[in-house]
Design a protein around this ligand. Structure first.
Ligand SMILES: Nc1nc2c(ncn2[C@@H]2O[C@H](COP(=O)(O)OP(=O)(O)OP(=O)(O)O)[C@@H](O)[C@H]2O)c(=O)[nH]1
Ligand SMILES: [Mg+2]
Length: 403
């Protein structure tokens, strides 16, 4: 079979839709006076199809009007035969053509209310994720051993509204380098395709250097405006239903230092909860469950009161599209669902490609964080800002070598 060669128009469509990996075929057809391209790409020995509706601008440039990924936003076709067969079916199936409606393919993910949990190791993130989602799917640690090594997220509904809660690895774990934590946070962007509703900083006790650093990192990664979408969740607070005691603690926390006080005053505030481990004894367990349920109620009341728009930084959509295929292919392989047993060289190439995309995302984040640094320079002393920038840039450069 002759090797497929991209035309200039195909390249323009590929670049404008941000499709990565090896392009195996592009075909064009018209339907109902609209132009369509079908693009097949290959990542990690897996295949995906994009159906793209495009038009021409006055300058004869291609203008992408809508896109749809097949089989869906996350999955792949496992064989060449399967993908080519499906690609042939699309132009003659109006039902499939009518699915081509998204401005970015990632907009197919309709969860706008993404809640990202960050915090120190052992602070109670996974427990909070269970409480928020009303599930038991997140692994809560029993001892001091850190449990969560990777991202886990869950979509659920509460009072008819869809939410996603994202549990992350904690900061302060000696087994995980700082760089890896920064990258994991950057990677969270891909999980929250429609943006961030709230970041919950999980606070198990007093405010320490780790929490301060986490917040600075979040600001560097997501931009300074993220503060308006950040809430401190103070757990392990048995008197969480006593507003006087909560107020007293709030005041004490604010007094600790000026930086914490600024954070508390400019963010979405502090929500007090108690999410105890579920006891073996039936009687005690009932009380634990009641505490968790009341905590959940408080958290959703707070979320409702934060009616501000979902937050996304510049180029958020492009970043999500850029990494979508690679992360999905990687996850699929890691979860053992890919029965294709990819060849070693394909694995090496995918790792290289993932690293290249990591580099792009990091460059993008770096550019944006430096831009926002100009605006907020007055927030830090000059010496601190300089030291942090050098340090941060250095760390980001190192991240690219992480597999
Ligand atoms: N009493 C009480 N215990 C809690 C609360 N939140 C968490 N815990 C306990 O604290 C321990 C750590 O909780 P996790 O949810 O696993 O903490 P994590 O932040 O996910 O930890 P890593 O994944 O290791 O970073 C567990 O034993 C929980 O049962 C709380 O609000 N009250
Ligand atoms: Mg955890």
């Amino acid at each position: 079979m002759a090797k497929f060669k991209l035309t200039e128009k195909d390249k323009e469509i590929r670049d404008k839709t941000n499709i990565r990996g090896k392009i195996k075929e592009v075909t064009h057809f018209s339907n109902d006076n609209k132009n369509y391209a079908i693009v097949i790409n290959k990542v990690y020995n897996l295949y995906a199809i994009r159906l793209i509706n495009y038009d021409y601008e006055d300058s004869d440039e291609v203008k992408v009007k809508a896109i749809k990924r097949f089989p869906d936003l996350m999955n792949f076709y496992k064989t060449k035969e399967e993908v080519f067969e499906k690609a042939k079916e699309i132009p003659v199936n109006p039902k499939l053509i009518n699915k081509c409606v998204y401005e970015f393919e990632t907009h197919e993910d309709d969860v706008e209310n993404n809640i990202l949990l960050i915090g120190r190791t052992g602070s109670g993130k996974s427990t909070l994720a269970n409480v928020i989602s009303g599930s038991n799917d997140f692994k809560e640690s029993e001892g001091s051993v850190s449990k969560t090594k990777n991202f886990q997220n869950e979509v659920f509904e509460h009072e008819g509204i869809k939410y996603r809660v994202i549990d992350t690895i904690g900061v302060g774990d000696t087994n995980l380098s700082h760089e890896k934590v920064i990258f994991k946070l950057a990677e969270a962007i891909y999980t929250m395709k429609r943006g961030i509703k709230q970041i919950f900083i999980v606070l198990g006790g007093r405010f320490t250097e780790e929490e301060r650093e986490l917040f600075v990192m979040a600001k560097k990664i997501f931009g300074r405006e993220i503060i308006e979408h950040t809430t401190i969740v103070r757990n392990r607070f048995e008197s969480f239903e006593n507003s006087e005691k909560c107020d007293k603690d709030r005041k004490e926390l604010s007094k600790e230092n000026k930086e914490i006080s600024n954070l508390i005053n400019s963010c979405g505030g502090i929500v007090y909860v108690n999410n105890p481990p579920l006891s073996e004894s039936e009687k005690r367990r009932k009380i634990d469950e009641e505490d968790r349920e009341s905590s959940r109620k408080k958290l959703f009341e707070h979320l409702k009161s934060r009616s501000n728009e979902t937050y996304r930084m510049e180029n958020w959509d492009d970043m999500c599209v850029g990494i979508n295929d690679y992360m999905n292919a990687k996850n699929l392989k890691e979860s053992g669902e890919n029965t294709n047993n990819p060849k070693i060289f394909a694995e090496a190439r995918t790792k290289m490609e993932i690293n290249n995309i990591k580099q792009e995302i990091i460059d993008e984040i770096k550019n944006q964080s430096l831009k926002s640094e100009d605006v907020e320079a007055h927030c830090f002393t000059k010496v601190n800002t300089f030291a942090f920038n050098v340090d941060f840039t250095f760390k980001l450069k190192n991240i690219c070598s992480i597999q």
